[in-house]
Write a protein that binds this ligand. Structure first.
Ligand code: FAD
Length: 347
């Protein structure tokens, strides 16, 4: 089978890039190992405008959010939802109030509450909080929709790809029955562990999440304080997450489960019944400077990478998949801050 591009991995990155290349008339073949290590299957897919202890808005967030909203709405997986960030202390509250004066933050901040219980009497928001315009993305639906499209087109092989099995010559890459003009790694944090892009400064981080059946009614917003809780209706919530830089695997752990349940219960003033219906773990493909890794291997002109989406894949991926496709098809320059050429290989 002859194609333009062989794509390794069908997570968020591989799904959107495959789609974008096909939209531009290019042929692709995707190899994925059945989402064995897909952080896209673990992520809640939240898009939260102001984040971190310092409650900051990422520089390109407005542009990235607008693009994601348009592209993912067209795919039927974008769910606009408010996010209520409950402040942990007076200092954070002061930062929240200050952000309401910042012009680029204003479209994302609906209001800052001035007293506990003002938004919802059932919450333990002793220092108030900020209600923001956010969203979540139905990643499992997006990925299974794209998978069905690729399978229908005969463009997906379910297998574990080993870089050692791919043979590169002057004209292209051969892997099993596929002959491709170029290969694109979209294999998430696995590129940090092996393969041609291992040299980049990855900082993969494991995280876990729970699905709970609870006695708490749904809320019209996502809750956020040292973690998050996403209401899915009828008392079902997803909650997470944590950050762990060692033991990079997909194994959920009991200590995290207990911690998430305690934290979830702590959001509410009343006693809460919970039953855990799912507990998952994955590894975020984080990078040393919090920007994606996109572009071409410095010594292998037919070997490309689209990855390093970190903790905010839903924000980066839609626009960056388009920019990566334009780079591959038309030679359009990548943003310098995302081009992997900003890091030279050691030696
Ligand atoms: C707990 C947790 C919570 C998160 N929450 C959010 C959130 O709320 N919002 C947000 O935007 N982001 C969140 N993220 C981050 C988000 O998951 C990532 O940014 C994004 O999903 C990365 O997509 P990807 O396609 O690059 O990688 P992945 O989703 O990991 O996809 C890589 C794919 O390649 C496959 N693969 C790997 N190696 C091989 C191989 N050798 N052969 C074949 N296939 C292979 C994998 O199985 C997988 O299917 C979270 C992540 C975690 C772990």
């Amino acid at each position: 089978m002859q194609v333009d591009f062989l794509i390794v991995g069908q997570g968020l990155a591989g799904s959107l890039l495959a789609q974008e290349l096909r939209r531009r008339g290019r042929t692709v073949h995707v190899v994925d190992d059945g989402w064995k290590s897909a952080s896209s299957q673990v992520a809640a897919g939240l898009m939260t405008p102001l984040t971190g202890r310092r409650f900051t808005l990422t520089k390109d967030y407005p542009e990235l959010f607008a693009a994601a909203q348009e592209r993912l709405t067209a795919r039927g997986v974008f769910r606009p939802t408010s996010v209520y960030r409950m402040f942990v202390d007076d200092e954070q509250r002061a930062k929240g109030l200050k952000r309401t004066e910042c012009r680029s933050c204003q479209p994302f901040i609906v209001r800052v509450t001035s007293a506990p219980g003002e938004l919802d009497a059932g919450l333990t928001d002793a220092f108030g909080g900020a209600l923001m315009n956010g969203a979540w993305v139905d990643l499992p639906k997006l990925m299974s929709d794209v998978r069905a499209e690729l399978l229908a087109a005969g463009s997906l092989t379910e297998a574990a790809f080993d870089p050692a099995d791919a043979v590169t010559d002057d004209e292209g890459i051969s892997w099993r029955h596929v002959r491709a003009g170029a290969i694109i790694y979209c294999d998430g944090y696995k590129s940090a562990l092996r393969g041609p892009f291992k040299y980049l400064p990855w900082q993969p981080s494991k995280g876990e999440a729970l699905t709970l059946r609870t006695s708490v009614d749904t809320k019209p917003f996502i809750l956020n304080r040292e973690g998050w809780a996403l209401p899915l209706g009828q008392g079902v919530w997803r909650t997470g997450a944590n950050w762990q830089w060692d033991q990079l695997d997909e194994t959920p752990t009991d200590p995290q489960k207990e911690k998430f349940i305690r934290r979830f219960r702590g959001y509410f003033g009343e006693a809460v019944q919970v039953e855990v219906t799912a507990h998952v773990a994955g590894v975020r493909p984080c990078t040393s400077d919090n920007h994606p890794f996109m572009g071409t291997h410095p010594q292998q002109p037919r070997t490309h990478l689209f990855g390093g989406l970190g903790p905010r894949g839903t924000v980066w991926a839609p626009l960056m998949a388009e920019e990566m496709a334009a780079y591959l098809c038309d030679g359009t320059a990548l943003r310098p801050e995302c081009n992997l050429s900003r890091f030279a290989p050691a030696g």
